[in-house]
Design a protein around this ligand. Structure first.
Ligand SMILES: C[S@@+](CC[C@H](N)C(=O)[O-])C[C@H]1O[C@@H](n2cnc3c(N)ncnc32)[C@H](O)[C@@H]1O
Length: 238
């Protein structure tokens, strides 16, 4: 599973950044998550492990708030364009840092990508200093304005290794949790651009080769023509 996730993200930086230029979605998520974490932190967020840092959208948001991100990602290619001074290729299920290293661990759109979030959460607890803060943001899906799930309407399942409930259960084993939801108005074009990212098209057609899964995702989504909402759940643990 891990190798598949890594391979899918290794193919994804260009399309991932194209989607971000269109929507600014990951910058919004990282910025909001940081805000929620800072509001509850017992110690100032100076050194932040950006767990699943990708191309650096979340790392840049952490830097913009005056903190220092340490970028950790499974995918060497995603990490390639990350501007953080400290970048480490590695697995957040086995964080390659000693205990008590960070004021915060931020999982911006990443914790649901591991099949066993309890391991990542235990690791986050271990590398946090006393009074440290954890944050995570997890997708809840794409809906029409009437509240209908887009993929249910299309009779297609969109899968991630772990869902928001499993992430919440894992976080509650180690932290006191506060949680909430965010909704973003979005468009059919953004939905198609998202599923033109090889790692995202794999949510719909995991068994197909990258070009074929993107072709099929675009074919499936071609008829979607109404305004949409994208929903996310955030968690902050102390
Ligand atoms: C949706 S991207 C989010 C990237 C970034 N946080 C942002 O806001 O743009 C998810 C990232 O998590 C990474 N990832 C997935 N599983 C991981 C793991 N077990 N350990 C480290 N990184 C992982 C992927 O390679 C990918 O770059």
């Amino acid at each position: 599973m891990k190798e598949i996730i890594q391979r899918n993200f290794d193919l994804s930086p260009a399309k991932y950044d194209e989607y971000e230029r269109l929507t600014g979605r990951f910058a919004s998520l990282a910025s909001r998550l940081y805000h929620e974490m800072a509001a509850r932190a017992a110690v100032p967020l100076e050194t932040v492990l950006d767990a699943g840092a990708g191309t650096g959208i979340s790392s840049e948001e952490i830097t913009a708030r005056g903190a220092t991100p340490i970028a950790l990602d499974l995918s060497h290619r995603m990490l390639g364009s990350n501007p953080a001074a400290d970048r480490v290729q590695g697995d957040f299920d086995q964080i390659p840092f000693v205990s008590d290293s960070f004021d915060a661990v931020a999982f911006t759109a990443s914790l649901f990508l591991t099949p066993k979030p309890d391991r990542a959460v235990t690791e986050a607890r271990r590398v946090l200093c006393s009074g440290g803060t954890v944050g995570a943001v997890v997708p809840l899906g794409w809906r029409t304005k009437a509240g209908e799930d887009v993929f249910e309407q299309l009779s297609r399942t969109s899968r991630s290794p772990t869902d928001a409930d499993a992430v919440e259960r894992a976080l509650r084993t180690e932290f006191d949790i506060e949680t909430g939801r965010w909704s973003f108005e979005t468009s059919p074009n953004a939905l198609r651009a998202f599923h033109s990212v090889p790692a995202m098209a794999a949510r719909l057609y995991p068994k197909e080769e990258p070009s074929e899964r993107i072709r099929r995702a675009n074919e499936l989504l071609t008829e979607v023509d109404e305004p949409l909402e994208q929903h996310w759940r955030w968690f902050v643990g102390t």
